[in-house]
Design a protein around this ligand. Structure first.
Ligand SMILES: Nc1ncnc2c1ncn2[C@@H]1O[C@H](COP(=O)(O)OP(=O)(O)O)[C@@H](O)[C@H]1O
Ligand SMILES: [Mg+2]
Length: 652
């Protein structure tokens, strides 16, 4: 029972119904360990079909095929892959090296799927290549090798896992006679070392090297003659490589994934332009999602900062029915008394009545149009205003109707030279003298009182009694107690003032509710635009899937080769999934980078507010693009894994 191949009554049919043809007819023979057999026959006589059945790449329609002790008819695809990996080395007419891998990597490929440790792999590949006279070609890509050299690399690959049974289908068919002779010498030498060798050829010259010649004609064996005796006295049977050198299960899986990753990177680098174009949809999708979110956060933060600058927890009570009410100026019911009553309410921390009056401001020989705000001493705190020079006026100043004024930075810069001391200087507003006791810090705001107007602040008592002489005020600003809900306070004071005025001739502005409104509207907007961007991401994902599907078709040969050297369906699936994920992830990275670039350009063009990038948004974008890779890479990867190795190899 020392037979490596046993075939009994093998029949093989192709096609269905009327087009059904019988390619192999009742083929029965067996091959002993260590033999060198040539299968010869005309083109179309079924040699390759027979070889594929022996190589466990194809299955017979009927009959029994035993390879190295296993009945191939009873094995699953993965078990067949394992059998190929353990016992069989293929040599193809067209070498079938993977174009993106170096000679060493091509040679080592079978041992990746067999689970040999990385270091041993390279060592053994180098040793085999050196023995085959390719010691100086380790890092060469297939395109950098001659046909004979490529065929020797493929012989090294066949030996990588031991190569107990070497199947060579027309190994010299594509070579010039000298290289062909060289390859045959190599095969002969291998046979002398104990490898069983089956060579398929239509060339009697090639067949003459073998010990035994089996002739096929129209799928049937018509001759089987031994030309040399099988002398096994001094040869040992070749054993499969490395059950002992094999990695532990888990380590082996990790190693295979790492190899798949490396090969994916190489494949991507080998087709840079195509990879970039594949990524384009993802790049644009991710860049737009990240940019939109950054733009949204930037503008939202800016607006909220502006609102906070207006003061927190404050409610402004204005005359009229709302913004832009043209009759508001004629409403005279809002008074200091209202403010005082409000000040006594438990839910209110402080109150400041405000009057606003336009008028001419004169200093030295300068005349400017300015807005005089009559306010209480709490105004500055309520509005969170800060001082650049001097001080605010206090309670006593308000009681005493002191002729003090605090000017804003715009006014200061109009009236004084930079750095000049304004304190103690007297300005005239509507011809009434006011002494400057403070200068506000420069304020940046895009919301609220226009930053272009000149604002000066004096005690409301001074303004009402000394300058305008009116009894009514234009607004009241209240600061709500900390433990009170602003909305509650707003409701209560509205009821109180409505009762006092007998009707509601005022409206309130609650900074808190403005902030909430802004937050929710910009949030909604962000969601909406992100939704559109997500659609573009999905479109990008479909683009990736499309190109991956094409690439599976284009790379069926590669898939076939991987399967022939022992890759399982899982390995093929992983290979393509990893490529899809990698393309999407790198696309995502480019997208984020592009978005950051847009942010830089944006900040150069728009000084008002920056785009705000949050780490989680970027991480999420990358996670999202990887997920797209998995989702849209799945179908192409599954298609690749389910390819029949024989169909995959048949594709020219
Ligand atoms: N997948 C297939 N489907 C249909 N017919 C096939 C298939 N593979 C091979 N054949 C046919 O089987 C016959 C033998 O093919 P093959 O084994 O490749 O011959 P050889 O290698 O001896 O030239 C040919 O007539 C070929 O057309
Ligand atoms: Mg053939």
């Amino acid at each position: 029972m020392n037979r490596i191949i046993e075939l009994e009554g093998i029949n093989k049919f192709f096609g269905q119904g009327a087009s059904r043809i019988q390619v192999l007819k009742d083929v029965t023979f067996s091959v002993e360990h260590g033999d060198f057999v040539a299968i010869i026959g005309q083109s179309g006589s079924g040699k390759s079909t027979l070889m594929n059945i022996i190589g466990c790449l194809d299955t017979q329609s009927s009959g029994i095929c035993r390879i190295d002790g296993d009945d191939t008819g009873s094995l699953s695809p993965d078990q067949l892959a394992a059998l190929r990996s353990r016992s069989i080395g293929f040599i193809f007419q067209r070498y079938n090296l993977l174009p993106t891998l170096s000679a060493t990597e091509n040679t080592a490929l079978p041992s990746v799927y067999a689970g040999m440790a990385g270091k041993l792999r390279t060592q053994r590949a180098h040793q085999l290549l050196t023995e085959l006279g390719l010691g100086d070609k380790f890092t060469n890509l297939p395109t950098e090798l001659s046909g004979g050299q490529q065929q020797r690399v493929s012989i090294a690959r066949a030996l990588m896992n031991g190569g107990r049974l070497i199947l060579a289908d027309e190994p010299t068919g594509a070579l010039d006679s000298k290289s062909g002779e060289n390859v045959l010498q190599v095969l002969k030498a291998l046979n002398e070392k104990g490898h069983t060798i089956i060579v398929v050829t239509h060339d009697h010259g090639v067949a003459s090297h073998a010990n035994r010649i089996i002739e096929l004609h129209d799928g049937a064996v018509i001759a089987d003659q031994r030309t040399r005796p099988l002398d096994k006295a001094d040869v040992k049977e070749v054993q499969p490589q490395c059950p002992d050198k094999r990695l532990h299960r888990f380590a082996g899986r990790v190693d295979q994934l790492r190899e798949a990753f490396r090969m994916s990177v190489q494949a991507m680098l080998a087709h840079k332009l195509r990879t970039l174009l594949t990524m384009l949809g993802i790049i644009i999708g991710i860049a737009s999602v990240v940019s939109v979110v950054a733009l949204g956060s930037g503008s939202q933060q800016k607006i909220i900062a502006d609102i906070n600058a207006m003061g927190t927890n404050t409610i402004d009570i204005m005359r009229g029915s709302g913004f832009g009410d043209r009759r508001a100026g004629r409403i005279r019911t809002l008074t200091v008394a209202d403010a005082n009553i409000l000040g006594k309410q438990s839910y209110i921390a402080s109150v400041t009545p405000n009057t606003t009056n336009n008028g001419d401001l004169v200093y030295r020989n300068n005349t400017l149009s300015a807005m005089l705000n009559g306010v209480g001493e709490q105004y500055f705190e309520v509005k969170a205003l800060a001082m650049a020079q001097g001080r605010f006026f206090d309670h006593n100043d308000v009681r005493a109707t002191a002729s003090y004024v605090v000017i804003d930075y715009n006014t200061y810069s109009q009236l004084f030279a930079l750095g000049e001391d304004a304190l103690g200087k007297v300005i005239l507003f509507r011809q009434k003298p006011l002494r400057i006791i403070g200068v506000l810090k420069e304020q940046e705001r895009s919301f609220g009182p226009g930053s272009s107007s000149l604002n000066i602040y004096a005690p409301y008592t001074t303004v009402m009694r000394r300058i305008t002489g009116t009894k009514f005020i234009s607004s009241i600003t209240v600061k709500v107690n900390d433990h009170v809900l602003p909305l509650m306070a707003e409701k209560k004071l509205t009821e109180l003032l409505t009762a006092r005025h007998k009707k509601q001739d005022f409206y309130t502005i609650n900074t808190d509710s403005i902030r909430k409104t802004v937050e929710s509207t910009t949030g909604t907007l962000k969601l909406l635009i992100s939704g559109i961007a997500v659609i573009s991401l999905v479109v990008g994902g479909i683009g990736v899937m499309n190109i991956m599907l094409v690439s599976v078709t284009e790379r069926t040969r590669e898939i076939g080769v991987r399967m022939a050297v022992g890759a399982r369906q899982r390995n093929i699936m992983e290979q393509f999934l990893i490529e899809a994920v990698l393309i999407c992830m790198v696309g995502g990275l480019f997208g984020v980078a592009l978005s950051r670039l847009l942010g830089v350009i944006f900040s150069m063009l728009v000084s008002n507010f920056p785009m705000v990038y949050s780490t989680w948004a970027m991480v999420l974008a990358l996670a999202c693009s990887s997920a797209i890779g998995i989702v849209f890479g799945f179908i192409p990867a599954r298609n690749a894994a389910q390819l029949n190795p024989i169909d995959a190899l048949a594709r020219e």
